[in-house]
Design a protein around this ligand. Sequence first.
Ligand SMILES: [Zn+2]
Length: 292
Amino acid sequence: MHRLGEIEISRVVESEQPFVNLYDFIPDATEDVLEANRDWLIPKYIDPASMMIILNIQSYVLKTPNHTILVDACVGNHKDRPGRPMFHQLNTPYLDTLAAAGVQPEDIDIVMCTHLHVDHVGWNTKLVDGRWVPTFPNAKYVFARKEHDFWLQREKDGSQGPVPNVYDDSVLPVVEAGQAVLVDSDYEVDHGISLEPAPGHTPGNIVLNLSSGGANAVLTGDVIHHPIQLVRPEWSSRACEDRVLSGKTRRALIERHADTDTLIAPAHFASPTMGHICSHGDSFRFNLLGDS
Ligand SMILES: [Zn+2]
């Protein structure tokens, strides 16, 4: 747990393992850049045997004086993901891990997804008697309207791409249960916790800015998917809907927070995940906090 003013930030890891080959995931990546950064990227963030990136799939839990907020809901259990073997029909102890962090599903007041990709919405729902129901019975689920409407439209016109079902099994049941709240992309979720638009990875992608007691943090979601993107901010991943815009958004975020005290909390960096962006020559690196 990390304390940021009055906000406690915890991580709940669903899975963390080598995931996909670096050069498949980030098509622009080059061996010379990797070699020049080997000392901090390997083996922490890239498995040298397979050249696969280490992907950490996790939620953040924010405890404020008023609310318990869960940010990003991982892959989930029992979801049918035929195009994605890594995500297909999982059965992980995620809810036990959450309980070990002192949080029961009914304790969650607000669920936030930085965007609606398969690995950020899964635990929005769980399977009960053959039906998808909200996992967090007392929560309002806050979605950026722009992001929600983009995926709703894709669901309607059947163009969800390689991972169908995601809206239907992980978002729609929340809407139908009356627990969804669609908001503008600069909405204040709680005192000192606000959305900010960060388009490119997806059209309605957001980051979450935290400010408490004079300390600042930003939950960056997938704007920076892998630490090598600090070295070359314009290198977008195959998961980015708009790679050029994603690169611009990424560079702006990196330059804004580099060499500041702002704590960076990315979605997918290997544990312990959180740290600070620091400039290094004409690019950037990542300084991890101690394990938290
Ligand atoms: Zn992701």
